[in-house]
Write a protein that binds this ligand. Structure first.
Ligand SMILES: Cc1cc2nc3c(=O)[nH]c(=O)nc-3n(C[C@H](O)[C@H](O)[C@H](O)COP(=O)(O)OP(=O)(O)OC[C@H]3O[C@@H](n4cnc5c(N)ncnc54)[C@H](O)[C@@H]3O)c2cc1C
Ligand code: FES
Length: 240
């Protein structure tokens, strides 16, 4: 992990309140599931964002960000060629298995799934991506199927059976991830989740982002930013 000062290569609005930001930098390594943490002037804490794409040849790192507060407003007003400072690559990554994979992205949770899909495709691993949005204007394209107005949970069980799914990867709100893991468990298939927690340092130092896991019958604490953000769904204690 290093601190990079890159340049905005492009920034564009891609749905109602989501922007796609491409950063040109010297970052030369990133895997799906990892994230970057962007410095925002006059703010104590960096803002973490999943890597939605990484193109080593063109030196481009892509993030998709949804407008939330001052940090994301600042990012949305950046212009081509502006400097952008960030820590990267952060966190662990998805472990790619040669299994029929179902990728589920709820809302902006689609971001890391797009990068994962690209990596699975490169390895010719069969995969299927579904994403869910509250309204049509919020759709971010790139999925095999978009669920609008409903929930990505609708029909999940049916899709697992129909597509012969052997593993699930997912990102989205905690409540949705918990349900996806329950459905995976009922179908006897593993489920990996990308978790989010408000972060201060983003690099495993402050211990401000810990969650509880149950591993080998023991309860342990893990930091989302360093030990994750990808965890085995069956180990996560969701009530934490
Ligand atoms: C590992 C990780 C990956 C993420 N990936 C994405 C992504 O790909 N796209 C995207 O749009 N958002 C993503 N988020 C959420 C994103 O970091 C927040 O929306 C963003 O930091 C909000 O900053 P703000 O200043 O605009 O909002 P404010 O609400 O003003 O932020 C205040 C503080 O709360 C933190 N914060 C606010 N919302 C969240 C949140 N949901 N999760 C974590 N911290 C939060 C901020 O970092 C900041 O420190 C991710 C969060 C984490 C932890
Ligand atoms: S944010 Fe500091 S340890 Fe994770």
């Amino acid at each position: 992990m290093k601190n990079y000062i890159g340049k905005v290569n492009s920034i564009k609005k891609i749905s109602a309140d989501v922007y796609e930001l491409k950063i040109l930098s010297d970052l030369d390594y990133a895997k799906s599931g990892q994230f970057i943490s962007i410095f925002v002037p006059n703010k104590t804490f960096h803002r973490p964002f999943s890597i939605a794409d990484f193109d080593k040849e063109r030196k481009l790192t892509t993030v998709l960000f949804k407008l939330k507060g001052e940090g994301t407003k600042y990012l949305s007003e950046l212009k081509k060629e502006d400097n952008i400072e960030f820590l990267a690559p952060l966190g662990n990554s998805f472990e790619l298995k040669n299994k029929n994979s179902l990728l589920v992205g709820a809302g902006i949770g689609i971001a890391p799934m797009l990068f994962l899909k690209k990596e699975l495709n490169k390895k010719n691993i069969k995969n299927y991506l579904i994403s869910g949005f509250k309204r049509e204007e919020e759709i971010i394209f790139g999925s095999d199927e978009n669920v609008v107005g409903g929930s990505v949970l609708d029909n999940l069980d049916k899709i697992i059976k129909e597509k012969n799914i052997e593993i699930i990867y997912s990102c989205g709100p905690k409540i949705v991830l918990k349900k996806i893991c329950e459905i995976a468990k009922n179908n006897n298939i593993p489920c990996f989740v990308a978790l989010e927690k408000v972060m201060a340092c983003s690099i495993g130092v402050c211990r401000g982002c810990t969650i509880k896991l149950k591993r080998n019958n023991e309860i342990i604490r893990a930091s989302v930013c360093k030990d994750g953000t990808i965890f085995k769904g069956e180990e996560v204690l969701w009530e934490d």
